[in-house]
Design a protein around this ligand. Structure first.
Ligand SMILES: [Zn+2]
Ligand SMILES: [Zn+2]
Length: 938
């Protein structure tokens, strides 16, 4: 963090407040304070410590701070414990890079145990920075007792969760086509895949599949079936073609010798009307046709199982005429639909690509080639597709090719293009409990509300079974042992169970440890763990149980406080953390895991683009904090659309404006109060109209902010704050200024009211702006008050005499009208070029007001008289009397200014001496007057 010279005064004052909180242990005291309403449970989604905090973390953190602070003030005990997400690809990729590894093989060569221990050492490298940064933005959370997803206790709870859902029949193993990352060599979940779609260039090809024995089907010699694909690299794995039964196909003469078959749609009306058109063919008539594949590596293999079913035409429901030729190329190892069809009709299984994305040795023309390498260079990324295309061209199999741009999934961690790949994986049968999940979800309150049926609801409805196995290393493991001989399965739900079964002490549940532990099977053979580890989201979804080491510890406490009142995260988590929490809540207890959730949007750069370290298109968060203070950043974020799950284009000038309009003004009011205070107790009994008005506004503020917090609509809790601070500083204090200067009963009332408002306001702003709240509170607190604003109670909003009282509402409306009239009149002044200090004779207004309000308006606009007329009009005729008075006022202002410059207190009496070389000046109607200010002897 920067040195002191770069810090603003506001930032330095915040740092002093931090010292005070820490020294007096205010956070701990706020947790220990009386909580008549019980416990308010908040679950904190753990961030990865493998990077520095960014604006996304800051938004979530600020929300996760303001809400618990509010409920603490409302009389709840709100425990807040930090967590660290430690497992998974993010840290594995960092260690791989550090060790210079390119492939998964490198890890195996290096040794899984060594690799995992390296991950354990490296995963918390940024923790110290976070531990400084998070408190600096004013977030109160216990980071010392943070839970770690790599702790044995957390991992044991994960085992418990796994066993529970396994025992309920919600876990199964299946072999199917799914997305893998060939670089990470692992399967990915639906959500991970959804995360990585990007528009990329690809090549689509239309390929000839030459019909065998065409005469048998009354077709001319040299007839080909045309099939279209955007993944040319899958063509060596072709084992069938699929058509639609109800699709209309046509036979077309291409030239003297060649004919082809495609859908009527593909051939097009022009061709259909020409002499090239031979005849129409029904889809059903194509079924059973045999063809010669463009690549013959597998058709020649006589040992291949189900070979007799291969390289034929089948009917399938998924074939459409929307894109391509109406004939689909089937490579069951590389597509979900293809895989389903192959199971139905027993196609031979051909997988010509290894899991690392390279072509196998039998594909002799392309052996070892990566089918979709990661590269920014299209010629590298598409290298294999282009090679396949050339081969097709040379062998007369290429009908046409086209460049296309389409959305293609990439690895969310390493950016490698994903492959559709048939492999074995363990699944959670989410579809089995989907009904319950949808039913339970009805009771969850979302902010903003549209997420409930929108992004979240739609994802829930589309939920599919969750692929939980990862073929990786540093993660929680699947606690499932299988017999080497009889294949019997045993699932362990605790360390004790595994220890009892194996007779070994188990100190750590990571892969490299537990994979060494064999368990004897009833059949006499040995059981070993299945090699897969768990998707990291399995950890995240287990967070409520892992944090408490449930059910091994804190059983009663957990059960009493489950589910959480509140969680908050970014919008991407609707498909991730929120979702996985909900899967387990429904699977384990048939319950929701959280009752209220705030979803925040994404912070993007000021130009609307993604924030990019490389482009440096956004200011460093810590610099923003040190320039404007954390409170300014907090209020800026909390009152922005980002708390409504919308994107926020981050604007540094926006933070600056919030700082000036709110924190700056509040500091000024506090300084003003301190200048005049005389130990007057705070009170709200004044009868002065300005006092009555600001008190009415204050209670209106309490009602509005309370409603905002109660409904988790933070922007609604924030918006009234700035409006109030404007009313308070730019109207109440300014219009009351003279009242403080003259001793007497009115000054006392003004001071008592000012102090009362400062006190209440400090409590209302405390959740959002904890620093300035503390500063104001410390400036006006009584000896009997709690030692910190964060130990006070939320102001009560039910007092009949103020809230919703008709008189107060009327006064608020009238004063708003006065402010509007004043601003209109001042604009008229500006237009006429007459400064405010120059009194004018009359202001005509089109409404009637009480005498009290007329007087306030007259003072603000600086007119002798306010009269009622047709429209608003300012009399701008200057009489000699008015000019004289204007000069007097100008001089008075200059003297007041000079007093400030000289550092005189309000108690000092002074006189002016006019001198040509005087230090101060006043611009009068007669010209500039220079003078010195002399303090009278006491
Ligand atoms: Zn990857
Ligand atoms: Zn066995």
């Amino acid at each position: 963090m920067a040195d002191d010279r770069e810090k603003s005064e506001a930032a330095k004052r915040e740092e002093a407040t931090l010292v005070f909180w820490e020294r007096e242990r205010i956070f701990e005291k706020s947790l220990a304070k009386k909580s008549p309403k019980g416990t308010f449970v908040f679950y904190d989604g753990p961030p990865f410590a493998t990077g520095l905090p960014h604006y996304g973390h800051i938004v979530a953190s600020v929300i996760k701070d303001a809400v618990p602070r509010y409920w603490t003030m409302r009389g709840y005990h709100v425990p807040r414990v930090w967590g660290w997400d430690c497992h998974g690809l993010p840290i594995e990729n960092i260690v791989e890079k550090e060790l210079g590894f390119k492939h998964k093989k490198d890890i195996k060569k290096y040794g899984v145990a060594k690799f995992n221990e390296r991950c354990r050492e490296q995963v918390l490298i940024y923790v110290d920075y976070w531990k400084k940064f998070i408190p600096r933005i004013g977030r109160w959370v216990d980071m010392e007792n943070a839970y770690l997803t790599m702790d044995k206790s957390f991992m044991e709870s994960v085992w418990w969760v796994f066993k529970q859902i396994y025992d309920k029949g919600l876990v199964y193993e299946d072999y199917r086509s799914m997305h893998i990352c060939p670089r990470c060599e692992t399967t990915l979940s639906q959500q991970e895949v959804a995360e990585g779609y990007k528009d990329v260039k690809d090549i689509s090809v239309t390929v000839r599949f030459k019909v065998k024995d065409p005469e048998k089907f009354e077709l001319p010699a040299n007839t080909s079936l045309l099939a279209w694909t955007t993944t040319p690299w899958t063509l060596p794995g072709n084992v069938a073609l699929a058509i639609g039964k109800d699709i209309s196909y046509v036979l077309i003469r291409e030239n003297e010798n060649d004919y082809y078959i495609s859908s009527e749609t593909y051939a097009g009306p022009v061709l259909m009307a020409s002499g090239a058109f031979i005849k129409k063919i029904k889809g059903t008539d194509l079924v059973g046709l045999e063809y010669e594949p463009p690549f013959d590596y597998y058709i020649k293999d006589t040992t291949l199982k189900n070979r007799e079913n291969g390289w034929k035409v089948y009917a399938a429901d998924f074939v459409t005429v929307d894109t391509g030729t109406g004939i689909a190329h089937e490579a069951p190892a590389f597509g979900a639909d293809d895989w389903e069809l192959s199971k139905k009709v027993n196609l031979p299984f051909v997988q010509h690509v290894n899991m690392d994305g390279t072509m196998k040795s039998e594909v002799k023309d392309f052996v070892g080639r990566e089918v979709k390498p990661r590269s920014d260079d299209d010629s590298v990324r598409l290298g294999t597709d282009i090679a396949v295309l050339k081969y097709l061209q040379e062998h007369g199999s290429l009908f046409s090719k086209e460049n296309i741009t389409h959305a293609y999934p990439h690895c969310w961690r390493c950016d490698t293009p994903l492959l559709n790949y048939a492999t074995s994986s363990w699944f959670v049968a989410v579809t089995k409990i989907k009904g319950d999940m949808l039913k339970n979800a009805k009771a969850i309150h979302w902010s903003p509300a549209h997420i409930k049926e929108g992004r979240w609801g739609k994802w829930l409805e589309g939920a599919r079974d969750w692929s939980i196995s990862r073929q990786r290393f540093w993660a929680s493991v699947i606690p499932l042992w299988r017999c080497d001989s009889c294949k019997k399965i045993r699932v362990f739900g605790s360390v004790a169970e595994l220890e009892a079964a194996s007779g070994k002490k188990v100190n750590d549940l990571h892969k490299h440890i537990v994979d060494e532990i064999a368990v004897p099977c009833d059949c006499g053979a040995q059981m070993h763990r299945v090699p897969d580890v768990l998707d990291t989201w399995f950890d995240s979804g287990s967070m409520p149980y892992g944090e408490e080491h449930y059910p091994f510890e804190h059983k009663e406490r957990f059960e009493k406080t489950f589910p959480a009142q509140f969680i908050a995260e970014g919008i991407d988590q609707t498909r991730a953390w929120f979702y996985y929490l909900h899967v387990f809540g429904s699977a384990l207890f048939g319950k929701n895991v959280f009752r209220n959730v705030i979803v925040n949007g994404t912070v993007v750069a000021e130009d609307g683009k993604k924030m990019s370290k490389r482009l440096q298109n956004y200011p460093d968060p810590i610099q923003v904090v040190e320039k404007y203070g954390a409170d300014a950043l907090r209020l800026y974020l909390l009152s922005s659309p980002v708390v409504q799950a919308e994107n926020l284009s981050f604007s540094e000038s926006g933070v600056d404006e919030v700082a000036k309009k709110n924190i700056g003004r509040l500091s000024n009011v506090l300084a003003f109060y301190k200048l005049y205070e005389e130990g007057t107790e705070r009170a709200r009994t004044s009868t002065n109209i300005l006092d009555r008005w600001i008190l009415a506004r204050l209670f209106e503020l309490v009602i509005e902010t309370t409603n905002g917090y109660e409904t988790y609509a933070l922007d609604r809790a924030m918006r009234p704050l700035s409006l109030f601070i404007d009313d308070y500083s730019a109207w109440y204090v300014r219009r009351s200024r003279d009242r403080f200067k003259e001793n007497g009963a009115d000054k006392k009332e003004a001071l008592a009211t000012l102090r009362y408002v400062l006190y209440t306001l400090s409590t209302v702003i405390a959740p959002a702006m904890p620093f300035i709240a503390e500063e104001v509170f410390q400036g006006i607190r009584n000896a009997n008050d709690p030692e910190s604003v964060h130990l006070t109670d939320w102001p009560k909003a039910q007092e009949k005499s103020f809230f919703g009282g008709r008189k107060e509402k009327k006064l608020i409306a009238e004063m708003a009208r006065v402010r509007a009239l004043a601003s209109e009149a001042l604009q008229a002044r500006q237009k006429a070029g007459i400064k405010v200090r120059q009194p004018l004779a009359t202001l005509t207004i089109p409404v009637t007001l009480t005498d009290e309000l007329i007087q306030i308006l007259a003072e603000e606009v600086n007119v002798k008289k306010v009269i009622v007329g047709e429209t608003l009009a300012l009399d701008i005729v200057l009489t000699p009397e008015l000019i004289k008075e204007g000069d007097e006022r100008e001089l008075a202002r200059a003297v007041a200014e000079a007093r400030k410059v000289e550092g005189f207190s309000p108690h000092d009496t002074v006189r002016t001496e006019t001198r040509a070389e005087g230090k101060h000046s006043a611009t009068l109607s007669t010209g500039v007057m220079r003078f010195d200010l002399i303090r009278n002897a006491a």
